[in-house]
Design a protein around this ligand. Structure first.
Ligand code: CP3
Length: 341
């Protein structure tokens, strides 16, 4: 198995910085769009053979250093009886947004059977790739999941989530504690299926002030990460727009911190110190330009990382659907060929 990404998680030196891309198995790929014409998104997620086929495409096509299980962050909610839809463009839709304590009480206990597809998807993906690279398992973090549950879907300003958080401490705590349980169990299930790395997506935590993050989010993310740490699997703790939250997110836990492009990687490393790795941090918009510019920006990041052990090359957020696949190939080949001199 190509173990570079596992080594990076342990802060061991590797010949090149391992690379994978968030949303690497998605709409920018003609092979994915072809499968997607015949099956909707949730059908792909819930059919292990299809999920594995899709997850394997970018590894086979570009030699990515890891695969990520094909699922969506909202799916673990099905394990407590929340019905969800996922729209290709709008993202997750929750039919009955959560408003009352009674709703929280009515959620069922975490039922691993309802999300056994994620377990099977991981096993099938490992087999489809002959264990050639590690499979990353993932979940949304409690805050990001809570935001979808309260808003009913995507949001620009998270007004409902924040007013709920500020105004009803009991409700917020009950919801977040429930989510700690869901996320921990869901991640443990993926480790059992053979996921070798976990990523916790707190994609929208960057909408909060550091004070609010510390009070309303950090204790719950920390509780999840503490439980996961017992499984002995490295964890990538990711968020966007989190430059001002990095110290607190590090305190919450994670071996590798994900950063987007709003902070330079050398500055992020100064904040985090040498005992943490960093995943990132190319702006996905760079991937829409010419090959020379892709290489120039990738080189800039690698130069700033300066071969420090624990760099996992990635975009700062998911691959944009309009990204030319040729640019992904150019990026991966360049990162694989780069050596610190
Ligand atoms: O983008 C992130 O911050 C990563 C975390 C995240 C995922 N799904 C992980 C994912 C988030 C926030 C979502 C919600 C979601 N789901 C959105 C964003 C909506 C918003 O609020 O802005 C969207 C558009 C979807 C729908 C979706 N999920 C599509 C179209 C796909 C296929 C891949 C693609 O982007 O074309 C997914 C699958 C998915 N969601 C994966 C992951 C880790 C697996 C695919 C992969 O990463 O290769």
């Amino acid at each position: 198995m190509n173990e570079r990404i596992l080594k990076a998680c342990r802060l061991e030196r590797t010949d090149y910085a391992p690379i994978w891309l968030m949303r690497q198995a998605g709409r920018y790929l003609p092979e994915y769009r072809e499968i997607r014409r015949k099956h909707d998104l949730l059908t792909i997620c819930k059919t292990p053979e299809l999920a594995a086929k899709v997850a394997a495409i970018p590894v086979e096509k570009f030699q990515m250093d890891a695969a990520i299980v094909f699922a969506d962050i909202i799916l673990p909610l099905e394990a407590i009886g929340v019905s969800v839809r996922v729209d290709d463009n709008m993202g997750p839709v929750i039919e009955s947004p959560v408003k009352t304590n009674e709703q929280i009480e009515s959620f069922s206990e975490f039922d691993p059977q309802t999300v056994s597809f994620v377990y099977e998807a991981i096993r099938h993906t490992r087999r489809a790739l002959n264990e050639s690279v590690p499979v990353i398992g993932f979940s949304g973090a409690p805050f990001t999941l809570a935001s979808y549950m309260i808003e009913g879907g995507s949001s620009k300003n998270f007004a409902r989530t924040k007013t709920t958080m500020y105004g009803d401490g009991g409700f917020w705590k009950a919801l977040m504690l429930k989510l700690v349980h869901v996320v921990s169990e869901y991640l443990a299930l993926q480790v059992k299926a053979g996921a070798k790395i976990l990523q916790l997506f707190d994609s929208w935590a960057g909408c909060l002030s550091p004070t609010d993050y510390e009070r309303y989010v950090m204790p719950y993310s920390r509780a999840v990460i503490r439980q996961v740490n017992r499984l002995g699997i490295p964890l990538i703790h990711f968020g966007t727009d989190t430059a001002s939250l990095l110290t607190l997110m590090k305190e919450a836990g994670g071996d590798i911190m994900g950063v987007d492009w709003r902070i330079d990687i050398d500055n992020a490393w100064k904040i985090l110190g040498p005992n943490h790795g960093i995943q990132g941090n190319l702006d996905p918009a760079v991937m829409l330009t010419k090959d020379k510019i892709v290489v120039k920006y990738a080189k800039q990041i690698l130069d700033k990382a300066n071969g420090q052990p624990g760099h996992i090359f990635n975009l700062g957020h998911g691959v944009l659907p309009q990204t030319p696949p040729e640019n992904v190939k150019i990026l991966v080949d360049f990162v694989h060929s780069y050596r610190v001199n």
